[in-house]
Design a protein around this ligand. Structure first.
Ligand SMILES: Nc1ncnc2c1ncn2[C@@H]1O[C@H](COP(=O)(O)OP(=O)(O)OP(=O)(O)O)[C@@H](O)[C@H]1O
Ligand SMILES: [Mg+2]
Length: 252
């Protein structure tokens, strides 16, 4: 495999919680190592509270590990220096789409912030991105409230990819959508990844969606990796009891 785009190396992370006079440490990750290469999607599954989103925040540089390292293209992650080189798609599109901005303005914003191109060239990029995510041109001047949930998530994906990031984090990106829309968005993500070649981390509590989206899957429990393998291997009944329980839950 080529050098990883994003790499967690023996990362330990504890949150600090409680009021100043009664601070306590909440251990969240105990020595987690994983890597995603160019054009590769790593799926991260596990029960609520297992540490998935904490890994996501470390990958975006929003949190720093107390031990171990997070590397981006082989160098220590620096959120400022690497602005525009990574992006995120969250569960609820309203978290990335400003209700007061048109769809086009929201998608353009990351380019405008970094001062890329001219107003006209940015508009052309936005229109191309809209086409890539399967939204008609007349969605450009609509507001998020005038879109369906699936259309809004397409717009969020367009906003995430507009700066041609090298790494994209999907944190429960399809979890709020109904099943038929979920598969449309999963297909869209796969197609765009083939086209653009970004590395991705696909976080979900849903093993079925993750098997479909990812090349490799890492299973988390209680802040540790308890199982991992190719996505294809997760279609076979696992010998690992916790993975087996996740498989049973996804068959319902
Ligand atoms: N800001 C915080 N302060 C203190 N503890 C936190 C904080 N955020 C998360 N935690 C704790 O860290 C652990 C991991 O949380 P995390 O959000 O990474 O889980 P998750 O796997 O994403 O869960 P979910 O599937 O519910 O989103 C949990 O025990 C959680 O309670
Ligand atoms: Mg989470």
């Amino acid at each position: 495999m080529s050098a990883p785009v994003l790499e967690l190396d023996a990362v330990r992370f504890d949150y600090v919680a409680g009021p100043p006079w009664a601070r306590r440490r909440v251990p969240a990750l105990h020595g987690v190592s994983l890597a995603a290469g160019r054009g590769e999607t790593v799926g991260l599954v596990g029960e609520s509270g297992s540490g998935k989103s904490t890994i996501g925040k470390l990958c975006l540089g929003l949190l720093r590990p107390q031990q171990g390292a997070v590397r981006f293209d082989g160098a220590p992650l620096d959120r400022r220096a690497q602005r525009g080189r990574f992006a995120v798609v969250l569960q609820h599109p309203q978290w990335s789409l400003d209700p007061r901005l048109t769809v086009a303005a929201s998608i353009e914003e990351p380019l405008a912030i970094s001062g890329t191109g001219t107003k006209a060239s940015r508009r052309a990029q936005v229109e191309q991105m809209l086409a890539e995510v399967g939204l008609d041109r007349d969605f450009a001047d609509r507001y998020p409230a005038e879109l369906s949930g699936g259309q809004r998530q397409r717009a969020s994906v367009a906003r995430a990819l507009i700066t041609e990031p090298r790494f994209v984090l999907f944190d429960e990106a399809v979890s709020a959508l109904d099943v038929s829309i979920q598969s449309q968005i999963l297909n869209l993500i796969r197609r765009l990844q083939r086209q653009h070649g970004f590395a991705a981390l696909f976080i979900s509590h849903d093993l079925a969606a993750t098997r479909y989206a990812a090349d490799r899957i890492v299973v988390m429990r209680g802040g540790e990796i308890v199982d991992e393998g190719t996505a294809a291997s997760f279609y076979e009944p696992s010998t690992h009891p916790y993975t087996r329980a996740l498989q049973r839950a996804s068959e319902i």
